[in-house]
Structure formats: structure tokens, C-alpha cells
Ligand binder design. Structure first.
Ligand code: ADP
Length: 686
């Protein structure tokens, strides 16, 4: 169709680099045809029958077979929500929940937020009165359990992407198993997974004491349905020599495919958003010089896309053009884009890893697992035979560098958030809890110790403190950040700034943008906000100044100051939502607006009161170490303190990130004498 237009502008002052492409060609009848062609369609009756007869149904099928988009609609059409109840479908990833809700509302011809909605941390579009199909993150559904322990608003809960094994998915499975005992006749659970270990889910739900027998009285025990997908052969190509730079190699691979291979879109897997932005810019640059610019449509897929951008990921490219999607792991199983024939797999993924010995929770770019590599390759063979270009050698793939499977989160992340929530849900014996997979004991005891030192537990007991621990569990934040907020309102009288700080840290993106060719101007302007107390206070300055700018002038103001309006707008929204939580806890508006004014040390101390386990001291070589020893840490090059010749002697950091070195991000200077005061269980006066 020639109704399409392209917009090649690259926003010059924002960190979103996209080539935008608009297409209105999708129409109702083709959507109906598409729905019928999905593998799930031919299993519809079998699925509905199984759900009628069994409390737990496990559905296994290739990604893209229609589990996430179709199953909830089949249930809706079959009347599973006529009694005013909701069909819930959980996702480990926020962006997937939002995109699915958007797609399904389009398929059903309803406005997003009416019959079909979504709810994820800090963002939602649903109406409790009218929404009947609700996509939400597994974490959000667990939070709903705090207010509605039996999840009585739901008739069916579909736990999607269960193979991902996020902590929240594992927790949700355990909670649903408990809930099913009480709601054995009126709740159904669907577990959907792209991998084949369905038997493990079945035996978990079937195992056990009284549950299986009582459930079996009325309904059959858990059952498995396999949706037979079509998967065409995929040619696998490896590098013959290892590549040094996966970014450059990815861009090369894209241009080579584009030059030498017949039609078909390309999906490129990269670890993080910054890699994606860079690869996009490099491809653009090289395709311009190679004369291919007009023949490719470049799209990014990662967290934090606007609704319009989410739609564009799926827009087919015009017949004479090739679409190239640069994506994080979200396109591995959560989001399926049609038309992909070539996959470029850089072999890496960004993951969080926690070390209970040091208490450091770090983001690491590391090799993917073999099963991830198989899933990524499979994305090339959905509609016809395809090719995958693995940017690693066959030898390294076969070596121990690539684990067989991913280590589930419950074995590699800090369990403090999970323990906090379980306690708030009334689970008193954390060791005997019926986990889907029991966590390693050292992670569990670290979590208890950490929560105790934050002040969330009664002395010597695994019980939440009423004035602090219970509130901490209500905040949709990591306990460290939640503690900063509660201490700001309870002790330090600086909630105005703490809300800004925590909102910025919860987003985790740098609000300062450096447009190419304007580095000097951007650096100069950043100085207006920069303070020697560190990044977090600098971010607070920027956000507070943004909030004081009249709404209609804000985007212009951001452009002028080289700030990302997307990041600041999001941070402003989150800080207002967090304030709402505190108001609901009973803190007055006046108390919530209390500011430390120019007395920054109050805010620094408040940050130290939550982040004290991330406190480090300066070494002679300019590196830092935790007070309890452990690895060497460095200030991240993007930090305002990085160029600082006189580095602060003591700092707390918000996040550790490992690339060439172990870096600290979101750094705040502190006074070491505060530590024993704000965390007496953790630090002694010496
Ligand atoms: P599964 O859950 O089995 O992985 P999905 O239900 O996610 O499969 O996908 C089924 C089909 O719907 C795929 O062909 C996919 O391309 C399409 N689809 C999913 N989400 C969207 C969307 N937001 N926009 C357009 N198409 C979509």
C-alpha cells in the first residue's frame, strides 16, 4: 500500500534513536484470519475442555503459537468472566504485559483499558469495573495478593512464560497452589511455558498432602496440553574466530545479510538498551555510507517504549524494504514479531547476579545459556526456513562457557524483596514454605539479615515491624530504596527530595543526554545541576527543576538543558505515585512535601540509611572497597564524580555493574560516622 509515510528524523536531543515508520494497513478482517492461523486455534476446544475439568492446566508450545494472545480470549469467549471476574495473564516483563494488552484490545476491537487492560509497576490501563482480560506482571499480581489474599477478583490466572523462572513466577506458583486449596471449585490456573519441562510444573501441583486429594474430588489434577507449533529448519552459522566486539560484529552481520541474502526481516539480540541505541546509530551511519539507507527500516525493542513505539515494532515493512529489529531478551520468547527470517545472536545477555558473601547485587553482561541460544535461533524459522548467525564460535558454544540452562532467579538474586512480601502475606516459616524450588539457604539467611538491619524485622524474630516493615512491604520498591523513603518521612524530613531520588533510581536511566556533536555544550549545561555530593543529588536537582517548570514548557526546557524528557516525565510520575502510597499510609501531604532545602547532608544521610550495605571507602589507587572487604569497585565513567580529582573518601552506590571493571552507579558521598548511626546492626562505631 502506498499510504505509508516514513519519518527519518532522529530526535537530536533525546536518547531514543529510532527511525519511525507509520503504517495503517492492519484491518479487522486480516486480524481475524491471523487469529485462526495460529497453532493455538486448532487446540481451542481441547484447551477449554481441559480448563473445565482440571484446576491446573499446563500449556506448552513454541513462542508465537498464540498462547499469550489467544488463550485469554478463548476463556473470555467461553464465559469465564461472565460473573464479573477477571481473567488474569501474568508476564515476567513489563513491556510484554503492555504490548500484549495493546494487541489483544486491538484484536477484540476495544479500547485499551476497557475490556482489556494491563497493570505493571508504575503504569497501568485498566478499569476494575469493566476489565475482563488483564495482563500484568507476576510481581504486580503478587502485590494484589496483599490486598486480596485469595485473588478473589480472578476466575482464571494464566502464569505465562513460566519457563523464565523469575522469582515472582516461582512465588506466584507457590501462592496459587495455596490459594487453590481454598478456591478449589472457582479458580483455574493455566501455566504456559515455551520449554518442555511441563512435567515439573505438573508434579509440583500434584504433589502434596491434602491438596491433591481434595482437588481430585471435584476436578482432575493438573494436566498438560502441547500446542504443536510449526517450526521450519534454521541454518545455524557460527564465527570461525571469536569476535572481540559483539556490537561491531552485529552491525556487520546485519549489513552482510542485507547485502547478500534474499528478502526477510532481521532480528538482532543484544544485551542492553545502550547496546541497542549504539547498534542502531552505527547501522544507520554505515548504511548511509554504503548506500542502503532507504532500503532498511530500523526498529528498537526494549523496555521503556512509548505506546506508539510499541506498535511500530510490529508494523510490517513495505514490500521493497527490510525491517531490522534490535532487541533485548524480550524477543526471545515474550514478544513474537512476524516476518523474521534472519536472527543475529550476539551470545550475551544482561543479568542480575547477587553475591551473598559481599551483599553486592550487580548487573553483568554474560554468555547466554544453550537453551536461550536455541530459542533465539527458533525465531528465524517461524514462517519459513531461516538462518541464525551466532556471533561466537562452535567450539565456545560447545564449551562450558554456555550453560545448558539459565540458573533460575531464585538461586542467583537477592531474596530480600521476596522474603519481605512472603512475610507480609503471613508466611511465618520461610524454611518450610512449599517453594517451587527451594532457595539456597545462604540467600535466605542473607535476606533475613538484610531486612533486619534495615529495621524491617522485630529483634530476633522473623516478624515485620508494624511501623516500618509492614509499610516497606507495601511499597513497590526494592527494600533498600523503600527504606530511604520511609526514613525520609519518619526521620530526616526530606521526603520531597527523597521521592525524586528514589524515582530516579527506580528507573535507573541517566537523565542527561549527550547528542552527537554537542558533547561540549551538554557537559557545560550539566554543570548547572551537578553537585559534588554525587549523582543522586545531581539527578534530584534536575528532577526538582523539571517539576518546577510549568508543564507546557517542560519538553522545551529539557531540550535546552540536554535532559531526557522521557526519563524526567517518567520519574515525575513515579515520584507522585510513591507519594500517593505514603499518603495512603497516613502521612499528611505537608509531611510528604517536607524538604531539606539546602541542607543536603540530610538527604545524603537518608540515602545512606537505605543503601548502607553498599557503602565503600576510597583506596589509594582511586578505587573503592566495601567496609567488609570484597572486590574492588570503581566510580562509573558516567558519574559526576568520575572526573573529580578529589574523590570523596566514603560513598554509597545504588547499583553495581560489571563490564571491564566492577563499577558503581548512582554514587552519593557520605560521612563514615553516619553508618553506625543509621545501621547499628550492620556497622559498629570503629
Ligand atoms: P505465544 O504466547 O505462544 O508466544 P503470542 O500469543 O505472543 O504467542 O503471539 C501470537 C501471534 O500474535 C504472533 O504471530 C505474534 O506476532 C502476534 N502478536 C503478538 N503480540 C502482538 C502485537 N502487540 N502486535 C502485533 N502482533 C502481535
Amino acid at each position: 500500500q502506498e499510504t505509508t509515510t516514513r519519518d527519518n528524523r532522529i530526535p537530536s536531543n533525546d536518547d531514543d534513536v529510532f527511525i519511525r515508520y507509520f503504517n495503517d494497513s492492519a484491518n479487522e478482517s486480516t486480524i481475524e484470519d491471523q487469529r485462526r492461523q495460529l497453532p493455538a486455534f486448532s487446540h481451542k476446544m481441547q484447551l477449554l475442555y481441559a480448563i473445565e475439568k482440571h484446576s491446573v492446566v499446563i500449556v506448552v508450545g513454541e513462542p508465537g503459537s498464540g498462547k499469550s494472545t489467544q488463550l485469554p480470549q478463548y476463556l473470555y469467549e467461553a464465559g469465564w468472566s461472565v460473573n464479573g471476574k477477571t481473567i488474569g495473564c501474568t508476564q515476567p516483563r513489563r513491556i510484554a504485559a503492555a504490548m500484549l494488552a495493546q494487541r489483544v484490545s486491538q484484536e477484540m476491537g476495544v479500547e485499551l483499558g476497557t475490556t482489556v487492560g494491563y497493570s505493571v509497576r508504575f503504569s497501568d490501563a485498566y478499569n476494575p469495573e469493566t476489565t475482563r482480560i488483564k495482563y500484568l506482571t507476576d510481581g504486580t499480581l503478587i502485590r494484589e495478593c496483599l490486598a486480596d489474599p485469595l485473588l478473589s477478583a480472578y476466575s482464571v490466572i494464566m502464569v505465562d512464560e513460566a519457563q523464565d523462572r523469575s522469582i515472582a513466577t516461582d512465588m506466584l506458583l507457590a501462592l496459587l497452589k495455596k490459594i487453590l486449596r481454598k478456591r478449589k471449585n472457582d479458580l483455574r490456573v493455566v501455566i504456559s511455558s515455551a520449554s518442555l519441562d511441563a512435567e515439573r510444573f505438573r508434579s509440583y501441583f500434584d504433589s502434596n498432602d491434602d491438596a491433591a486429594t481434595t482437588m481430585a474430588d471435584a476436578l482432575g489434577s493438573a494436566t498438560i496440553i502441547s500446542i504443536s507449533g510449526r517450526l521450519f529448519p534454521v541454518d545455524v552459522h557460527y564465527l570461525t574466530t571469536p569476535c572481540e566486539n559483539y556490537l561491531a560484529a552485529s552491525v556487520d552481520a546485519v549489513l552482510n545479510i542485507h547485502k547478500n541474502e534474499p528478502t526477510g526481516d532481521i532480528l538482532v539480540f543484544l544485551p542492553g538498551e545502550d547496546d541497542i541505541a549504539q547498534a542502531l546509530a552505527d547501522t544507520l551511519e554505515l548504511s548511509r555510507s554504503g548506500g542502503h539507507l532507504g532500503s532498511m527500516v530500523l526498529v528498537a525493542l526494549s523496555a521503556g517504549l512509548s505506546q506508539e513505539e510499541q506498535k511500530q515494532v510490529f508494523d510490517p515493512a513495505p514490500a521493497d524494504k527490510r525491517k531490522v529489529v534490535f532487541s533485548t531478551n524480550v524477543a526471545e520468547t515474550s514478544v513474537t514479531i512476524d516476518g523474521i527470517v534472519y536472527v543475529v545472536d550476539c551470545g550475551f545477555v544482561k543479568q542480575r547476579v547477587f553475591d551473598p558473601a559481599t551483599g553486592i547485587d550487580k548487573l553483568v553482561t554474560q554468555p547466554i545459556s544453550k537453551s536461550s541460544a536455541v530459542q533465539r535461533a527458533g525465531r528465524a524459522g517461524r514462517t519459513r526456513s531461516g538462518k541464525v548467525y551466532r556471533l561466537y564460535t562452535y567450539e565456545s558454544f560447545k564449551s562450558g562457557l554456555f550453560l545448558r540452562h539459565d540458573v533460575p532467579e531464585i538461586c542467583r538474586l537477592s531474596l530480600a524483596p521476596m522474603v519481605l512480601t512472603l512475610m507480609a502475606l503471613g508466611v511465618s516459616n520461610l524454611v518450610r514454605f512449599d517453594y517451587f524450588q527451594p532457595p539456597p539457604p545462604e540467600l535466605l539467611s542473607h535476606a533475613l539479615e538484610h531486612l533486619a538491619s534495615l529495621g524491617a524485622l522485630e529483634p530476633g524474630r522473623a516478624v515485620l515491624t508494624p511501623g516500618f516493615g509492614i509499610y516497606l512491604a507495601e511499597l513497590p520498591l526494592d527494600p533498600k530504596l523503600g527504606a530511604c523513603l520511609l526514613n525520609a518521612v519518619q526521620k530526616f524530613g526530606c521526603l520531597r527530595e527523597a521521592l525524586a531520588a528514589v524515582a530516579m533510581l527506580a528507573i535507573g536511566s541517566d537523565p542527561f543526554v549527550v547528542p552527537s556533536g554537542q558533547r561540549a555544550e551538554a557537559e557545560l549545561d550539566k554543570r548547572d545541576f551537578m553537585v559534588q555530593e554525587g549523582d543522586v543529588l545531581t539527578f534530584v536537582n534536575a528532577l526538582v527543576a523539571y517539576q518546577e517548570t510549568p508543564a507546557k514548557l517542560r519538553s522545551q526546557w529539557c531540550r535546552l538543558h540536554f535532559l531526557s524528557s522521557r526519563v524526567l516525565e517518567q520519574a515525575d510520575r513515579i515520584s507522585r505515585q510513591l507519594e500517593g502510597y505514603l499518603v495512603r499510609m497516613g502521612y499528611t501531604r505537608e509531611r510528604c512535601r517536607q524538604s531539606c532545602g539546602k541542607d543536603f547532608s540530610r538527604l545524603q544521610k537518608c540515602l545512606a540509611s537505605g543503601l548502607f550495605s553498599n557503602a565503600t571507602k576510597l583506596d589509594v589507587d582511586g578505587s573503592y572497597r566495601l567496609f567488609r572487604g570484597g572486590p574492588t569497585l570503581w566510580i562509573h565513567p558516567s558519574s559526576v564524580l568520575f572526573p573529580e580529582p578529589a574523590k570523596p573518601k566514603f560513598v554509597v552506590f545504588a547499583e553495581a555493574m560489571e563490564t571491564t571493571k566492577l563499577y558503581m552507579r548512582g554514587v552519593t558521598a557520605i560521612d563514615s560516622t553516619w553508618l553506625a548511626e543509621v545501621a547499628p546492626h550492620y556497622y559498629s562505631v570503629e
